[in-house]
Design a protein around this ligand. Structure first.
Ligand SMILES: O=C(O)CCC(=O)C(=O)O
Ligand SMILES: [Fe+2]
Length: 290
């Protein structure tokens, strides 16, 4: 074989093929294929109203919020980040087998939490600039999909209250479009979820309503060898992580990679609270005993 011939990457990081896989009546393969094709997909009625109500209550009472800051901030939106350190009310959402399977299908099974954000777009908020969430990582385009975003509507998303703008098919573009590029707004009912490829051009809409808020729960996943946008390993206190379900511990970054910590699985280090491998011995000891 010509050594310059490109071979498809057979790597454990490849997206998982979920063709024909149905979980709780949801055709996972179909959702994944739709995201690959047009850059996004909507899963209707992802969470039932009782679940939305209880998570919303927990978020409203347990989670401290801040006004949105940074470029384009108007004071008309607020946000809360680092949700996994602040409440346990949504753990089951992160672990939902449908979400897990979709993310595995989009970016492969070695994935982790990138950011968790609660946001509320208030009346009077202006439209966000169209942007790509994966622009934070300066990786040349085109590149394989490494970010998979999910946004769950707490309130109904309507054109009036600023439903998210998406530019279909733009996840494969290598050049930035003009801000006037045609976009669609994702109108969806409370409990529904929109997922998109991190390379997709999108932005929050203007809330032109008089008194209708737009609250949403944003979960971003990335391939597990990248540095997350919010450093989960530092963001969530160790004592909190220790109480999490095993799968969630892995998802927030305590997964084996490279040398782990001193050759050990990060979860063993977390449990024992010992960073130096207890089996490590001095060089003198090795010389004397080998
Ligand atoms: O407000 C929205 O619907 C999307 C927000 C967003 O894209 C972002 O903050 O990166
Ligand atoms: Fe965004």
């Amino acid at each position: 074989m010509d050594k310059h011939e490109q071979q498809p990457l057979a790597t454990p990081y490849a997206p998982v093929d979920h063709t024909g896989v149905i979980i709780e009546d949801l055709d996972i393969g179909q959702v994944v294929a739709t995201i690959a094709d047009q850059g996004y997909a909507v899963v209707k009625n992802f969470l039932p109203p009782e679940d939305i109500a209880s998570i919303r209550h927990a978020f409203n009472t347990e989670v401290p919020i801040t006004a949105m800051s940074g470029i384009g901030a108007t004071g008309k939106s607020w946000r809360a980040h680092n949700l996994l350190s602040k409440t346990r009310a949504a753990d089951h959402v992160f672990l939902d087998p449908r979400l897990r399977a979709i993310v595995d299908g989009v970016i492969g099974k070695y994935n982790q939490i990138n950011i968790t954000t609660l946001f509320n777009t208030l009346p009077g908020e202006t439209a966000q600039h169209l942007h790509q969430d994966d622009g934070l990582w300066p990786i040349p385009r085109p590149h394989p999909t490494f970010l998979c975003n999910a946004l769950i509507a707490f309130d109904d998303f309507t054109k009036e209250n600023g439903a998210t703008h998406l530019v279909p098919y733009s996840h494969t573009w290598t050049q930035a479009p003009d801000q006037s590029v045609e976009s669609i707004q994702i109108e969806m009912k409370s409990g529904s979820m929109v997922l998109w490829d991190g390379g997709m051009w999108h932005g929050g809409g203007a809330n032109t309503s008089k008194d209708v808020e737009r609250m949403g729960f944003f979960i971003s996943h990335q391939i597990s060898y990248l540095r997350p946008q919010e450093i989960q390993l530092l963001a969530i206190p160790k004592e909190v992580v220790k109480e999490m379900p095993h799968r969630l511990q892995r998802l927030v970054g305590y997964h084996p990679f490279g040398i782990g910590v001193d050759g050990r699985d990060p979860l063993d280090v977390l449990e024992d609270d010992v960073v130096i491998n207890p089996e490590a011995r001095s060089a003198e000891h090795w010389r004397a005993n080998s």
